[in-house]
Design a binder for this molecule. Structure first.
Ligand code: GLU
Length: 321
């Protein structure tokens, strides 16, 4: 059986862009009679809030989505909240360390900004770490560790390539090393997103990951981790982002496009779902519809590849009626 998931970070209210991803991930599974998981990715302790978790659950249910496993319904792979899964991440980290694949890095954010080389295509504007802490001697490491706790980076050999067939974007090939050795364990003692997501998707037997195309480069890193753990990676579908007319992705700052705001002015969830389905190419024009009615219409091949511009027309469709 296929298994998919929606894995939001509870750092703000869900907006229409997050709802777009949730709806499509749900449709992909429901149209394949697959299982659907809700997983809360709250590793960013400084920005995650419990009330956002509650709001996400409530907003998803308001849209008409459901899940077979999740923080509120339980399931065989509980807990479904990353901050409660630390022991699993520690075990995975120990495996990487045992095999000598990681090294401590003492560089601060400012150090990295100063030494980083120009980023390569896949990794956008992320500064590329040059791997200098890899060269520290054992005594230097010990000396530095007395002053500062390090992050742990995974060594990514220059020649490694990761390839996958993206169900939306087609064949993808890239080198995870273009982004440099990456952090798997942060200096503040918390697992990195890259490691946690691989541990969880593997343990939760996720076969299909549908998410925003902003995570495309992460898929190279995660592909490298799957190889390191000798685990089969899931199939991927990276869907376009919803952007404003200036090409900027909608963010949690666009307050009036949060589901919370739309709900509070009395917009019907069917209108939100109908508009998102239209933007996904599943409906010729926006019309009010429940998610279940979209299941027979879901076809991955209909999804657009390019980002979707949110216009005043879309905005005016979402007025209370
Ligand atoms: N938690 C991530 C986010 O909200 C998504 C991770 C994923 O889908 O792999 O952006």
């Amino acid at each position: 059986m296929q298994r998919g998931r929606f894995a939001p970070s509870p750092t703000g209210l869900m907006h229409v862009g997050n709802a777009f991803v949730a709806l499509l991930a749900w449709l992909q599974m429901r149209s394949a009679n697959g299982g659907f998981i809700l997983r809360i990715e709250d590793l960013d302790r400084g920005r995650s809030r419990t009330h956002f978790v509650e709001q996400i659950v409530s907003d998803l249910r308001w849209l008409g989505l459901d899940w077979d496993e999740g923080p509120d319904v339980g399931g065989p792979h509980a807990p479904y909240v990353q901050s409660q899964r630390m022991a699993r991440y520690e075990q995975a980290m120990a495996k990487l360390t045992e095999r000598g694949l990681t090294y401590p890095c003492f560089c601060s954010r400012a150090d990295i900004a100063a030494i980083a080389s120009a980023p390569h295509g896949w990794f956008g504007d992320e500064p590329r770490y040059d791997g200098r802490c890899r060269l520290l001697s054992a005594s230097e490491r010990q000396h530095r560790a007395e002053q500062k706790s390090p992050s742990l980076r995974l060594q990514v050999p220059a020649e490694v390539t990761v390839s996958f067939v993206d169900l939306v974007r087609g064949c993808q090939v890239g080198r995870p090393s273009d982004g440099g050795d990456f952090v798997v364990w942060r200096a503040d003692g918390v697992v990195s997103y890259q490691l946690a997501v691989v541990v969880d998707d593997a343990e939760m037997e996720v076969t299909d990951v549908l998410r925003g195309r902003d995570l495309l480069a992460s898929t190279l890193r995660q592909g490298f981790l799957y190889e390191a753990f000798k685990l089969p990676p899931p199939a991927y579908a990276h869907v376009p982002l919803i952007v404003d007319e200036g090409g900027r992705r909608l963010s949690k700052r666009d307050g009036d496009l949060t589901l919370f705001a739309l709900r509070s002015i009395g917009v019907a969830p069917e209108r939100v779902v109908g508009l998102l389905a239209h933007l996904a190419g599943l409906l010729e024009r926006p019309e009010p519809i429940r998610p279940y009615a979209l299941i027979p219409r879901f076809q991955m091949a209909k999804l657009p590849v390019s980002d979707i511009v949110w216009t005043a027309e879309h905005q005016s469709y979402l007025q209370p009626h």
